[in-house]
Write a protein that binds this ligand. Structure first.
Ligand SMILES: Nc1ccn([C@@H]2O[C@@H]3COP(=O)(O)O[C@H]3[C@H]2O)c(=O)n1
Ligand SMILES: [Zn+2]
Ligand SMILES: [Zn+2]
Length: 241
């Protein structure tokens, strides 16, 4: 399994694109989140929407779903194919009613399934997305009243949604055999709706060594060397997981 961050930036970052990822396994390409900057960033990474096999969504914020309207339109009118959309069952209705409906609706095209091959996922269950690529959703805390889901891939790679610091969860995941953690990171404290760097630095070194930081702000370069055993994920660099 390989991962390339199409962007590694926070919602307000301008030096980095939205924190969205491309996961590849045996030729299968999964896009993890599709934010506002994703259509251009994907193009700059040398890819187009037709080369994706599926999209997986963590939660409904613009930096994670703001590019879905263009994806839907391009797939329908440029490529004549419905993209596969993996999404927590709790988000199926909200993503249509609150995010996509206004832009996509026209005459007989008026539901999420008119544009996507919708695959609702239950948190806690493991799904085989492709040969050699399994995912399990964990609902993690981000903002009150907003459901947000982190991902465990192949029972060895944890990819956080936007989430508040949760050291107990990270310890439990490592105890269960998670080898690599990609975690959102707010560089300046307090974190409030994200894990802050200060909080992540309280993790035991054994967990920090497995942890890579993403979803960071424009000041990232100034924090190099100040992240304990943790490293920053670089956007557009391909990593083996
Ligand atoms: N209660 C909130 C809600 C949102 N925000 C900021 O808005 C951003 C939306 O995308 P995000 O990546 O979840 O990060 C959020 C905060 O920066 C915030 O700081 N506090
Ligand atoms: Zn975000
Ligand atoms: Zn968010």
């Amino acid at each position: 399994m390989q991962i390339t961050m199409i962007g590694t930036g926070s919602a307000f970052a301008k030096r980095y694109d939205n924190n969205n990822a491309l996961i590849e396994a045996n030729g299968f390409r999964l896009l993890v989140d599709c934010g506002i900057t994703l259509p251009k960033a994907l193009h700059e990474a040398g890819l187009d929407f037709a080369q994706l096999d599926a999209v997986l969504i963590s939660h409904i914020h613009g930096d994670h779903v703001g590019g879905l309207e263009e994806l839907a339109f391009q797939m329908m009118f440029r490529y004549q194919r419905k993209p596969v959309l993996y999404i927590a069952e709790e988000l199926v209705q909200p993503i249509w009613e609150s995010t996509l409906r206004g832009g996509l609706t026209q005459e007989s095209l008026n539901s999420l399934s008119d544009f996507f091959e919708v695959r609702p996922l239950k948190a806690g269950e493991t799904y085989e997305l492709a040969k050699g690529l399994n995912v399990r959703l964990i609902q993690t805390k981000h903002i009150a009243g907003k459901a947000s889901f982190s991902f465990v891939f192949n029972e060895r790679f944890f990819y956080s949604a936007d989430m508040k610091f949760d050291s107990n969860l990270l310890q439990a995941l490592v105890d269960e055999g998670i080898e690599t953690i990609y975690h959102d990171c707010q560089l300046e404290s307090p974190g409030v709706v994200h894990a802050s760097l200060e909080q992540l630095l309280t993790l035991p070194e054994a967990i920090q060594e497995k942890t890579w930081l993403m979803h960071y702000g424009d000041a990232m370069e100034q924090y190099k060397g100040k992240t304990g055993r943790m490293r920053f994920v670089e956007q557009r660099k391909r990593y083996d997981i």
